[in-house]
Design a protein around this ligand. Structure first.
Ligand code: 3PG
Ligand code: MG
Length: 403
């Protein structure tokens, strides 16, 4: 893990801290529907306030492409942020730079919080513009980045800004990096990866990287269909990236070469259509009818994965193992999630999961709190699983070296 400063290394008393958060949360009809990211951010704000800082929170929201618009205002976030901070008042600046932002920031006393309007209302944010970063830097004396889930974006508030002010990681950033690094860099072994989701094509780099790291790789979801297809298994009308056949083969060959054991489905729950009411028999994987679709892993596959989990000491999980949004095709994912939760609770497994769908599946299975660590990140979690350097993390490390 690259070295960077944390809140332990900086003095914030009497200072205005510019805090990069990821408040890109789901909103429906003007209401935040999942406040997880806000709740996970709150301890960093509380700590800064408790140490005598004033905190100016900034974030992107959605993808407004450099143009302001009320639909992508951060205003809906004020109420849940306030709630997460025990009812504290939150000042709001209707622009993240210029006069409105300066006025709100200048009026803040130690112990007070302000939120700036959506950073992406300015094209300079995504362009990593030095001028835009300078305009942000004017608003505070110290920079804290707590937006691990946006660390894969080389944007001004994440990259350029980190070099204009003393910079440190917030507690959420620190926790994410500690958990992910512990799982992949120095795990207790055997280390197992559970990778699901729809497409092999979006996870090729991830599979290639992870094969060099893990002892066991279990693949589920529609991406397993592509793997099975590559092995010549008849998969009927299942979702499959037929053009990825060669790539899938290469992945399996690479795993064999590296001594990484691969678990693919040996049975499946199939149906003629993706619906809650269609007959959904379980069949052996070589008995999928030509007009049927594989929609979940079957109980024999669940048992095989469970046996591997029994042996494993560390697990990294990304992607659901079936079409979990449509019961009964959630059963495989729920069964495996329940097993992971049991082993983790018993202290036999360290389990780390991330990615939007994965987190939703864990929540549906009711086991989110039982895992060792659930990341707030989607895209950043995937890029980390690809072994890529995240610009936000790199910027903090570089800033620490300049210090
Ligand atoms: C996310 O939710 O994945 C992050 O906030 C990054 O958002 P983006 O994909 O729009 O850059
Ligand atoms: Mg994203």
């Amino acid at each position: 893990m690259p070295r960077f400063l944390t809140l332990d290394d900086i003095d914030v008393r009497g200072k205005r801290v510019l805090l990069r958060a990821d408040l890109n949360v789901p909103v429906k009809d003007g209401k935040v529907t999942d406040a997880t990211r806000i709740e996970r951010l709150a301890p960093t704000i509380e700590e800064l306030l408790g140490r005598g800082a004033a905190v100016v929170v900034m974030s992107h929201f959605g993808r407004p492409k450099g143009k302001p618009g009320p639909e992508l205002s951060l205003r809906p976030v004020i109420a849940p942020l306030r709630q997460a901070l025990g009812g504290r008042e939150i000042a709001f600046a209707e622009d993240c730079i210029g006069e409105p932002a300066r006025r709100v920031a200048a009026a803040l006393e130690p112990g007070e919080v302000a939120l700036l309007e959506n950073l992406r209302f300015h094209s300079g944010e995504e362009a990593n513009s030095p001028d835009f970063a300078k305009a942000l830097a004017e608003l505070g004396q110290v920079y804290v980045d707590d937006a691990f889930s946006a660390a894969h974006r080389a944007h001004a508030s994440i990259a350029a800004l980190a070099h204009l002010l003393p910079a440190a990681a917030g507690r959420l950033m620190e926790a994410e990096l500690a958990a992910l690094t512990a799982a992949l860099e120095h795990p207790a072994r055997p280390l197992m990866a559970l990778i699901g989701g729809a497409k092999v094509s979006t996870k090729l780099d991830l599979l290639r990287f992870i094969i060099g790291k893990v002892d066991v790789l279990a693949i589920g979801g529609a991406m397993a269909n592509t793997m099975l297809f590559a092995q010549g298994v008849g998969i009927g009308r299942s979702l499959c990236e037929r053009e990825m056949r060669e790539q899938a083969r290469l992945i399996l060959d690479l795993a064999a070469e590296r001594g990484c054991r691969v678990i693919l489905p040996e049975d499946a729950v199939i149906a003629a259509e993706l619906s809650r009411t269609a007959p959904a028999p379980t069949v052996a994987i070589d008995a999928v009818g030509g007009d049927m679709m594989i929609l979940d892993i079957g109980p024999a596959t669940v048992a095989r994965i469970a046996a591997a989990l029994d042996e494993a000491r560390t697990l990294v999980w990304n992607g659901p193992l079936g079409a979990f949004e449509t019961p009964p095709f959630d059963r495989g994912t729920v069964a495996v999630a329940t097993k992971v939760a049991e082993l983790t609770r018993a202290g036999r497994l360290r389990s780390v999961a991330g990615g939007g769908d994965t987190v939703a599946a864990l929540a549906a299975a009711g086991v989110t709190d039982a895992l060792s660590y659930v990341s707030t990140a989607g895209g950043a979690f995937l890029e980390w699983l690809e072994g890529r350097e995240l610009p936000g993390v790199a910027a903090l490390a570089r800033a620490a070296r300049q210090d």
